[in-house]
Design a protein around this ligand. Structure first.
Ligand code: 13P
Length: 259
């Protein structure tokens, strides 16, 4: 881990609004002590985002959206826009594999979303990752290269640190079968090279984080890898105890690498 770590909790489609609010307040208590060393981010469902952002204002816990469209406004029933998030919601996750697979979002659409998000000064986490079929066929590098190249096409950045890449092998998501730290590290080194190719020196500020069955048990060995700058946590982010352990592991690894 070379950069300031980013540990993010993707709540996906979980919790009612009151439950989500209560949980966010709980996390604020538990996680604030680690925020000196780690960027802690939660990604609640959009229906409760405003309420939670207000409740966490002034705290070091950051808030982001799981998805948004690319237009500012208009006849797009069911969609939310990056303009609606601007000014109060700090981060936006784009291209999660569930968006790609279940909702059939294409690389071209995701690229539009990335550019729209930056237009509105949101910080972007672009998610990439190969499916099991692609992994088995040895196509990981090709798939990642395509998703990165298409997703970042003509993306211009004022602040390089505003772009992070989440590497989430689809076969590791929700399966309890995380990538080995070595395998994740190797693929994330490729992502780093692609960032450098695209952005030159500015790439050194960008974080590349790992997602896919991150737990308190494997967090430390993942974070200890050179190319892993943090985590995107699904299931384990829904339990305060587990998420806190993961944030704590990142803080401890950071601390130990300082001395
Ligand atoms: P799990 O941590 O539940 O495997 O989910 C990972 C993920 O999709 C985070 O975005």
């Amino acid at each position: 881990m070379m950069r300031r770590p980013l540990i993010s909790g993707n709540w996906k489609m979980h919790f009612t609004v009151p439950e989500g609010l209560e949980y966010a307040l709980h996390l604020r208590q538990d996680l604030s002590p680690y925020a000196a060393l780690v960027d802690v981010l939660i990604l609640p469902p959009s229906v409760m985002l405003w309420e939670i952002a207000n409740a966490l204002r002034g705290s070091p816990i950051k808030v982001g959206a799981q998805n948004a469209g690319w237009e500012d406004q208009g006849a797009f029933t069911g969609e939310i826009s990056p303009k609606m998030l601007a000014g109060w919601c700090e981060y936006l996750l784009i291209g999660h594999s569930e968006r790609r697979q279940v909702f059939r979002e294409t690389d071209e659409e995701l690229n539009r979303k990335v550019r729209a998000a930056f237009r509105h000064r949101l910080k972007v986490i672009l998610a990439v990752g190969e499916t099991l079929e692609e992994y088995d066929a040895g196509r990981t590098a090709d798939v990642i290269t395509l998703q990165m190249t298409a997703g970042l096409y003509q993306v211009e950045l004022q602040h390089p640190v505003d772009l992070s890449i989440a590497y989430e092998p689809v076969w590791a998501i929700g399966t309890g079968r995380a990538a080995t730290p070595e395998y994740a590290n190797e693929t994330m080194a490729l992502i780093r090279r692609l960032l450098v190719r695209n952005f030159g020196e500015a790439a050194s500020a960008m974080r590349v984080i790992y997602g896919g069955s991150v737990t308190p048990a494997n967090a430390r060995s993942l974070m200890a890898q050179q190319e892993i700058d943090g985590a995107l946590v699904g299931g384990a982010s829904l339990k305060a105890g587990d998420f806190t352990q993961i944030v704590k592991a990142a803080a401890e690894v950071t601390e130990s690498q300082r001395v």
